[in-house]
Design a binder for this molecule. Structure first.
Ligand code: ZN
Ligand code: ZN
Length: 221
């Protein structure tokens, strides 16, 4: 019994550690990384900014498109732990969850029909974060609810003003200030390149001439 409780506690701590790590990366992106950020701006800042303007765009991505960067991070972690002789089930679980954090996030933006019965059920019983919970991240001023795996960690971090405190600390110590979010009302307009992420109205798609429809269906996702 004692051993079972111990394992359960380790499992829970590992899940929350993975959720916190993924939330931390999300906060870093939202607070400081933009299209013009050197090196990673275009690769990381651009899709992140686009997600705040057009949240449903990510639902068009497959698993690899959503997760490649986190999979890379998880692979480095597993390889490093293996190299140091520290590869336990905790590391595997942490890596598995962290690598799929964007996939869980994507499920929060999909409809129940798109998610299917199993994912919808896991969201209903709150094993996975619900779309309703994540919607608060997309509510102005969009500076809370960064974690995307369960509904449990965000209330704690946001009540403690954890992210606000971290931003305050960084601004006071190294002069790093939060960047404006152009998707927040009054902070726009967004950059011109956002046009490529803008959803095409169904009416416009349906009224294209037949040859244009063919062209349209070959547009990159
Ligand atoms: Zn965000
Ligand atoms: Zn989102």
């Amino acid at each position: 019994m004692k051993m079972t409780l111990g394992l359960l506690a380790q499992f829970t701590v590992t899940v929350f550690a993975a959720e916190f790590a993924a939330g931390f990366v999300h906060w870093l992106e939202d607070a400081y990384i933009r299209d013009h950020t050197p090196l990673i701006g275009r690769l990381v800042g651009r899709p992140n900014t686009a997600h705040h303007h057009y949240p449903r765009h990510m639902t068009r991505h497959n698993w690899w498109q959503s997760s490649w960067d986190l999979v890379l991070f998880a692979a480095i972690l597993v390889a490093g732990a293996w190299g140091c002789g520290l590869l336990t089930w905790h590391i595997w679980l942490f890596a598995l969850l962290a690598a799929n954090a964007n996939e869980f996030h994507k499920w929060e933006h999909r409809t129940r029909k798109e998610n299917g019965q199993l994912i919808s059920f896991l969201q209903d019983i709150k094993i996975l974060q619900t779309g309703k919970h994540h919607a608060r991240h997309h509510t102005d001023p969009k500076n809370s609810h960064y974690c995307t795996i369960t509904n449990l960690l965000n209330p704690l971090l946001d009540t403690l003003h954890f992210w606000d405190g971290l931003e305050w600390l960084l601004s006071k110590t190294i002069g790093l200030h939060r960047q404006p979010d152009t998707s927040v009302r009054g902070c726009g307009p967004g950059p011109a390149w956002l046009a490529e992420f803008r959803p095409q109205p169904a009416r416009a798609r349906n009224h294209l001439p037949s040859n244009d429809k063919t062209l349209s269906s070959h547009q990159p996702a």
